[in-house]
Design a protein around this ligand. Structure first.
Ligand SMILES: [Zn+2]
Ligand SMILES: [Zn+2]
Ligand SMILES: [Zn+2]
Length: 192
């Protein structure tokens, strides 16, 4: 009732995957109300830098360096113990390209198989032409392309063992935001 059990499963190229368990306190004034769902969707958006910038992810379909994500959240926030599962697919591009088409088809299949609580995608802002999103492999704070190269030596936060930074300067600068998540991460399990 007082905490949201959030499970995040992120998929990348070459069958790589991470499963993250988060136990996040629900703000007191929202507990037991229908607003928990909205709050949960906002939370997933806020945590996006940490959920994206944590490994040298490749596109789930073509294995090229990933820059975008397809995020689907399934919520059971009406239950006595509110839960949500976030599926993240790392992609080269999340637009109307071939790679995302495969993922969208998978999403539709999943929606058909989930009774009651249907999967929800966050409101997607239209990408302006010519805009390039930062590499998933880049630093969680500065998101510079140069930090996304394999020899950039990014280090994971010692607290959560998830978010990656190019140095202490970026980690310190991101702390006021990242600390909202860091201590609530219960486990991070890497596959491949
Ligand atoms: Zn691709
Ligand atoms: Zn940085
Ligand atoms: Zn951390």
């Amino acid at each position: 009732m007082s905490e949201l059990t959030l499970r995040v499963i992120a998929y990348g190229g070459r069958d790589s995957r991470v499963e993250i368990s988060i136990l996040y306190p629900i703000p007191e004034h929202l507990r037991g109300s229908s607003y928990v769902k909205t709050w949960c969707m906002d939370l997933v958006k806020e945590l996006h830098p940490d959920l994206k910038h944590n490994s040298s992810w490749g596109c789930v379909e073509c294995s090229k360096p990933a820059r975008e994500t397809n995020v689907t959240t399934v919520t059971w926030t009406h239950l006595p113990e509110p839960q949500a599962v976030v599926y993240i697919y790392h992609l080269c591009e999340a637009g109307r390209n071939r790679c995302n088409k495969e993922v969208l088809a998978l999403n539709r299949m999943m929606a058909a198989m989930t009774p009651g609580a249907g999967p929800q995608r966050p409101a997607i802002h239209k990408k302006r032409p010519g805009v390039e999103y930062p590499l998933s492999a880049s630093c969680c704070k500065c998101k510079k392309n140069s930090t996304g190269s394999p020899d950039a030596g990014l280090r994971r936060c010692g607290g959560c063992k998830l978010s990656r930074y190019c140095g202490t300067e970026c980690q310190t600068a991101d702390w006021p935001r990242h600390k909202q998540l860091c201590k609530y991460i219960k486990s991070v399990e890497w596959v491949n």
